[in-house]
Structures are given as structure tokens and as C-alpha cells.
Design a binder for this molecule. Structure first.
Ligand SMILES: [Zn+2]
Length: 243
């Protein structure tokens, strides 16, 4: 597995900041991040779909665009999140789908993860391509699944790479981009930074004064509701920030 980038990789914090700027919203305040308002500033459809799978995502896109899309993804059963970004001769189709039956905290994380692929991987990719390459269709697709999560957030630390929701993503077309484990990690770090801003987390932890000796899981449960994220994601974020 490639070495994952630092949680403090400046590209990630810059991408998160640009989302606030693009959304025309002053940076994070305390409380729940207005994720859907932020995504609305991009030309990306966001929709919740029952029984989400690669096939269902293909049907959704076919209905919206009137064309059967090439997804470049193998079928692998139920998924929680899906991203499609296709640029062809100046036209662009972008779409994020999430599983409607997932808990709201998971749906939000899935949307934020897929937005991370757009900001960190698709947008920069376009700037690196030559005019000739840009004449061809450029496609990035991603599908995500979550591993079975531990019931005990205290067991989740920054060192255990599988603690957070992961991935199964592929990207292909002309020219091709294949999502690496590192890019999946980056999308997760982007999601965590967007939904749980470091300064706000530190401020709330300071105000909260957790009772001495309480395990991290106690603090994670308490803070998860402040940010509308899962307690697993919160525990992982606290560990990453050394809190
Ligand atoms: Zn992904």
C-alpha cells in the first residue's frame, strides 16, 4: 500500500478552503457544516438513491443525460457513494449519488468524500492535460463501500488505515486515471477536514472539558452530534489531531 499523505497535506486544506470560497460562504462556524449548500456551487447533481449500485447509477445517468454512460466500473453489489465526472469538448456532466437508506452521517461523509475527488483529483487533472488530450472524453468515476465498523471507537486510531470508510474506485477512459489507495485516503482526509474543521474541533474540545480518564470514544460520541458525523469518523479525526 502506498504511503498515505500527511493529514496536514497543504493541498487538502487548500482544497477545503476553496470550497468555502466557491460557495460564497464565510468559513466554518461552530456547528454543522452546510455541506449541501457548498456542493451546490458546483455543476454536480447530488441525489439519494435506494439500493444504490453501479447499475442503478448507470440508469440514473442514462435517464438524466439521455445516453447510456460508460462507467469503467465493474459491478460489485451495494455501494454507499458514487461519483461521475465527465468532460467532453467543453461540456461537463457531474453527479454524486448516495445510498438513501444509509444514516445521514454516512450520507454526508459519502458526499464529502466524492467532492474531495472532484476538488483534489478531477479539477487538477484537467489543468495537466494538453489541448489534444482535452479533445477526448475525460472520465473519473468512483464508487465507495464501507467496511464493517467497529462498535468501539477507542480501537480506531490514526494508525489503522481501515478504520474509516473506504473505497472502491476506479477511473478510466481516454486518457485514463486510476484511483490509487493514496487518492482514496486523500478523499477521506478532505471529507474529514471539511466536515470537522480542525480549529472548530479544537475549540469545542477545549470548551467541553471531558472528565479525566474518559476514553476517546466518550468524547467522540459527544462531538459527533455537534458535527453530524459518525462517532467512528469523529474518533478517527480526534486521533489524527492528537486529541
Ligand atoms: Zn473514493
Amino acid at each position: 500500500m502506498p504511503k498515505s499523505s500527511s493529514p496536514f497535506d497543504p493541498r487538502i486544506s487548500q482544497a477545503v478552503e476553496s470550497v468555502w470560497v466557491d460557495g460564497g460562504i464565510d468559513g466554518p462556524n461552530t456547528g454543522i457544516i452546510p455541506l449541501y449548500d457548498l456542493v451546490a456551487s458546483y455543476p454536480i447533481w447530488v441525489s439519494e438513491v435506494d439500493n444504490l449500485s453501479i447499475e442503478r447509477a448507470g440508469d440514473f445517468l442514462a435517464e438524466r443525460t439521455g445516453q447510456k454512460p460508460e462507467l469503467g466500473l465493474e459491478s460489485f453489489g451495494p455501494i454507499s457513494g458514487f461519483f461521475y465526472a465527465y468532460q467532453y469538448r467543453g461540456g461537463f456532466v457531474g453527479c454524486i449519488l448516495v445510498e438513501k437508506r444509509d444514516p445521514v452521517v454516512r450520507r454526508r461523509f459519502s458526499v464529502a468524500h466524492e467532492l474531495g475527488h472532484y476538488k483534489l483529483h478531477f479539477e487538477p487533472w484537467l489543468t495537466q492535460l494538453s489541448p489534444e488530450q482535452l479533445k477526448e472524453g475525460i472520465l473519473l468515476t468512483d464508487a465507495m463501500v464501507y467496511p464493517k465498523q467497529s462498535d468501539n471507537p477507542d480501537t480506531l486510531t490514526a494508525g489503522t488505515g481501515n478504520a474509516l470508510p473506504l473505497y472502491m474506485g476506479e477511473i478510466i477512459h481516454q486518457p485514463a486515471m486510476i484511483m490509487s489507495d493514496e487518492q482514496e485516503t486523500e478523499a477521506n482526509q478532505f471529507a474529514a477536514s471539511l466536515l470537522m474543521p480542525e480549529d472548530t474541533v479544537r475549540e469545542i474540545v477545549t470548551q467541553f472539558h471531558p472528565p479525566a480518564g474518559q476514553p476517546r470514544g466518550y468524547l467522540a460520541s459527544r462531538l459527533a452530534s455537534e458535527f453530524l458525523v459518525s462517532k467512528e469518523a469523529m474518533a478517527y479525526r480526534l486521533a489524527t489531531l492528537g486529541l
